[in-house]
Design a binder for this molecule. Sequence first.
Ligand code: C2E
Ligand code: MG
Ligand code: MG
Ligand code: MG
Length: 287
Amino acid sequence: KAKELGRDNYQPYSKDLHKRITQRLSLHNALRQAVDRQEFVIHYLPQVELLSGRFVAMEALVRWNHPEQGLITPEQFIPVAEETGLILPLGEYVLHAACAQAREWADQGLPHLRVAVNLSPRQFRQAGLPGTIETILHGSGLDPGLLELELTEGLFMRNLDESIHTMTAIRELGVGLSIDDFGTGYSSLAALKQFPLNRLKIAQAFMHDIPDDADSIAIAKSIIALGHSMKIRVSAEGVETLRQLHFLQASGCDEIQGYLVSRPIPPERIPDLVTRNRDFMWVPREL
Ligand code: C2E
Ligand code: MG
Ligand code: MG
Ligand code: MG
C-alpha cells in the first residue's frame, strides 16, 4: 500500500532499515516515472478574507494520481521528491499548472483570485528560480500580483543573505511571499524582520485546541500581532469550526482556510463554489 511506502517512521532495527531502503528506492523509481508521465493532479484549497467574507485565493495542493492506487497525498511523496531532487521538475510542473489555472479563472470572470503555490526548500535554493518564475508567468499571462509562493521556516536556518536575495528578486517580479506553517519551525525574529514577506500563515497545529486552550490562543494572537506590527497579513490554516472562526474574527486575523470553508477540490469545481453566493461571498456553515 502507498502508505507503507511513505515517509519513514523511526525504526531502530537494521533489518527494518534494509526494508525501508528498498521501499524508498522503489518509491523513488515509481516517482521518477510518474514525473515523466505527468501523473499528478492539483486540488485547490479556498481561502477567505474575513473582513469582506470573499473568496480571495486558492492554494495549489499536489496529488499523485497513481494508476493503481488512486490519489496519493503529498506527505507520502514530497519528502522523497525533495531528497532525490525530483521536486524540481515536479515543483515546476505545479507552478506552471497553477499559474495557467489562475489565468483561466481570471478569463472566466473570477477576478482577483490569487493562487498560492508551495515551494520546497530545495526549489527555493535552486539557482535561477526567479527567472523560472518569470518565464512561467509570461507563458501563462497571469498577473504576477495574483501569484503567492509559500515558503517554510526552514529558511531561517541557513544562508540568510542568499535567502533574502532570492526573496527580493521574487518580490521584484510582483509575486507575493508567505511563510507557511508559521510557529512550528525555527523562527528567528531577527531573520523574519529582514525577509520581504507579505504574509504569515499560522500553523494548523495551533488551531486544533482553539478556543479551549489558553496557550494556543496566546500563540495565535501573538502571531497575528507580530504580522500586523510588521505590516503584513496573517492567515490561519486548518480552520474547522465556527468557534475557531469567531475567535479569529475577534482577534483580527485577515484570512482563513480549512475544512470549514472547503476541503481541497478539483479546479473545475472552483467557479461554482465561488459564485454560489453574490459577490464571491462565503457563507459560514458548520461541518
Ligand atoms: P500545507 O501547505 O500546510 O497545506 C495544508 C494542508 O492541510 C493540506 O494537506 C490540506 O489539505 C490540509 N488541510 C486544509 N484544511 C484543513 C483542515 O481544516 N483540517 C485538516 N485536518 N487539514 C486541513 P495536503 O494537501 O495533504 O498537503 C500537505 C502538505 O504537502 C502541504 O502542507 C505542503 O507542505 C505539501 N505540499 C502540497 N502540495 C505541494 C507542492 O506542490 N509542492 C510542495 N513543495 N509541497 C506541497
Ligand atoms: Mg493531507
Ligand atoms: Mg501551504
Ligand atoms: Mg501549512
